[in-house]
Design a binder for this molecule. Structure first.
Ligand SMILES: [Zn+2]
Length: 182
């Protein structure tokens, strides 16, 4: 129906004229409206710029939430910039490596220390478990995959010693990466 009317030469002219009339009406109306709008903006600006006397305690009270908001917003922005992989230093992207027959994954703490180490099996990718030998004189610790039976390197010492050795390795490699990027 609409396309039929539109294709009709007489009707299409009538519609075109009607649209033009409507547009010119809207245009005139908008122009008439303009002075009050600019007047409104001027008076709003004047109102905002008015001097008022307020007690100092109220000013301080208002400054506290404002300061907190500024700190919160800027720290959130900083965190966003930092967590962007493009802005991340090369050593911070280093979160996985092979040590003592296992593939370790870890995260960097906000104090730039590796944390949350998890050893994974190099054969089947399952999480590995630490087994401490019962020997009192020379205790050893070894990572064992309970899924496929793969065994990591036997390390002298306790669980704490194994963790320390892993940290030393991560720390050395991360510092090498940081030096390369300089
Ligand atoms: Zn395995």
């Amino acid at each position: 129906m609409v396309s039929k009317v539109w294709k009709d030469p007489v009707w299409s002219k009538v519609i075109a004229v009607a649209i033009l009339a409507l547009l010119s009406f809207i245009g005139t109306w908008a122009l008439d409206l303009l002075p009050p709008v600019t007047n409104g903006l001027v008076s709003a600006w004047n109102w905002v710029m008015t001097d008022v006397a307020i007690p100092m305690w109220l000013l301080l009270l208002l400054l506290v939430p404002t300061g907190l908001l500024v700190v919160a917003v800027s720290s959130a922005l900083l965190e966003k910039v930092r967590s962007n992989p493009e802005n991340m230093p090369e050593w911070k992207k280093y979160t996985s490596d092979h040590f003592f027959g296992a593939r370790y994954e870890w995260q960097w703490s906000r104090y730039n220390e590796p944390e949350h180490f998890v050893p994974f099996c190099t054969m089947c990718d399952a999480m590995m478990t630490q087994f401490v030998s019962p020997s009192f004189m020379s205790p050893t610790v070894q990572l064992i995959c309970e899924s496929c039976g793969h065994k990591g390197v036997e390390v002298e010492g306790s669980r704490g010693d194994l963790k320390r050795k892993v940290i030393i390795n991560i720390d050395r490699n991360a510092r090498l990466l940081a030096k390369e990027q300089q």
